[in-house]
Ligand binder design. Structure first.
Ligand code: CA
Length: 233
């Protein structure tokens, strides 16, 4: 089955360049330069991934990202944000509204392709072991369904990959570098701070009603671990 990518970008030269490179890699490419049309296309075509520019004429990429995350049918679609804004606060904001990755312009098409592949790697279901369970958290690796104490937890592909890695190694403390290497992959450069943002989102998702013990342990100057006894420490 063809993997489809929706490019949301109003700069024609960038769309042409990305389309050429993505089609060469075997992706099916849709594109639009209009924010509202992008939201409609996401619902209609259900692309496997959205590459979303921040600055668009009718709606910002941040707004589109929120809308994609808001709708039940589209909220699990991975999003890579593009922006000329390289400030750390902008990157964090992009990730905070639900993007899975963030790239600063100018970037090379091959780096974008590598990052798209990395997102899919994080989502890839396991064939050997289909289910994981730890401290009341159940993960179905084939369907990407996550339950905590019987209630469904909604995670983006990146948070799913992060949780999966932690649950596979309970109580072990991982540095941000180790998590980046294992969850994001070696072939892309991601800032360490990105890990903190996704950990924060993961924590929030796992504590859906505000009454759950926090099972993600932050170890000062060392990193993070998943620990079912965490609340008593
Ligand atoms: Ca633009």
């Amino acid at each position: 089955m063809e993997t489809s990518v929706l490019i949301v970008e109003d700069e024609v030269a960038i769309v042409t360049m990305l389309r050429y490179n993505l089609e060469r890699e075997g992706f099916r490419v849709y594109s639009t330069g209009d924010g509202e049309e992008a939201v409609t296309m996401v619902k209609e075509y259900h692309p496997d991934i959205v590459v979303l520019d921040w600055m668009l004429p009718s709606m910002t990429g941040i707004e589109i990202c929120k809308q994609i995350r808001w709708h039940q049918d589209t909220k699990n679609i991975p999003i890579i944000m593009l922006s000329a804004r390289g400030e750390e606060s902008d990157r964090i904001r992009g990730l905070d509204v639900g993007a899975d990755d963030y790239m600063v312009k100018p970037f090379s098409p091959s780096e974008l392709v590598a990052r798209i592949k990395a997102v899919f790697r994080r989502m890839r279901p396991s064939i050997t072991e289909q289910k994981l369970e730890y401290a009341g958290v159940k993960m179905d690796l084939a369907t990407h369904k996550v339950l905590r104490n019987g209630l469904e937890v909604h995670l983006s592909p990146t948070e799913f990959g992060l949780l999966r890695y932690l649950v596979e190694h309970p109580k072990r403390v991982f540095s941000r570098e180790q998590l980046l290497d294992s969850v994001w992959g070696h072939d892309i450069y991601v800032e360490l701070r990105t890990v903190d943002v996704h950990i924060r989102r993961l924590r929030k998702a796992l504590n859906y009603d505000g009454n759950q013990p926090d099972i993600i342990r932050t170890v000062r100057a060392a990193g993070y671990a998943i620990d079912g006894d965490g609340e008593s420490l």
